[in-house]
Design a protein around this ligand. Structure first.
Ligand code: SF4
Length: 214
């Protein structure tokens, strides 16, 4: 196993990401909490670009959980069919909307512990909602964060939940900035294939350099 990042390196990585990504936001388009939650649920295994194409007509037809709760599933699938796993996502969107309407009086709860009580909403989705909407000090681990954490020696755990736990423990603060930063860095620089190591601003801390010839 490659070396783990030292405490000094962890602090240097924190500073580098904060300086570069402190104003970073999600690339998903949304106007309110409902739209954010739906966009995040759609974005699992799907690009933000694709979700942003899908959501304008979707939100026009289903402007709130009220309309979504009573959606016809086949009609809903037509709106989201270009998104991966759209069959399951359609089911989960309707379940989520019904939970909001029936159990939360039509108001989406703004708390990660309450959000996960909604059908179809897992821990990662709940954390991403809170990170984006409230800048809450939480970490969420998607495929990009998972890869970046490994390459920078921040965690070698083999499940997203464990990586989330280790990143939270190591950094403690600034987690929402670090989350956004790791996602964007993984999406555009430290990509899964052919990472752009020449453009990498933390290459001195990279533990694997799988494609870095320097
Ligand atoms: S040097 Fe390359 S592989 Fe290492 S963290 Fe930077 S972009 Fe990723």
């Amino acid at each position: 196993m490659p070396k783990k990042a030292t405490k000094k390196e962890i602090e240097a990585i924190r500073e580098a990401f904060i300086s570069r990504y402190k104003d970073a936001k999600t690339e998903l388009n949304y106007k309110n909490l409902y739209e954010l939650l739906v966009a995040i649920m759609l974005s699992a295994q799907c690009t933000d670009k694709r979700v942003n194409i899908i959501t304008p007509p979707l939100f026009k037809n289903y402007p709130s959980t009220k309309e979504l709760a009573s959606a016809d599933i086949d009609e809903l699938k037509e709106y989201i069919k270009t998104c991966s796993f759209f069959n399951n996502k359609a089911k989960n969107l309707i379940k989520m909307a019904k939970s909001v309407e029936n159990d939360f009086g039509g108001e989406i709860p703004l708390d990660e512990k309450e959000l996960i009580k909604l059908a179809g909403v897992g821990q990662k989705t709940a954390n991403v909602v809170m990170i984006e909407y409230k800048q809450k000090n939480l970490m969420a681990v998607d495929t990009h964060v998972f890869r970046v954490a490994h390459r920078l020696g921040l965690s070698y755990a083999n499940t997203p939940a464990k990586v989330e736990e280790e990143l939270t423990k190591k950094f403690k603060t600034d987690l929402y900035i670090l989350h956004q930063g790791f996602v964007l860095f993984g999406r555009y620089i430290c990509t899964a294939k052919n990472p752009k190591c020449d453009e990498c601003f933390v290459k001195e801390y990279c533990k694997e350099k799988p494609f870095n010839s320097k």
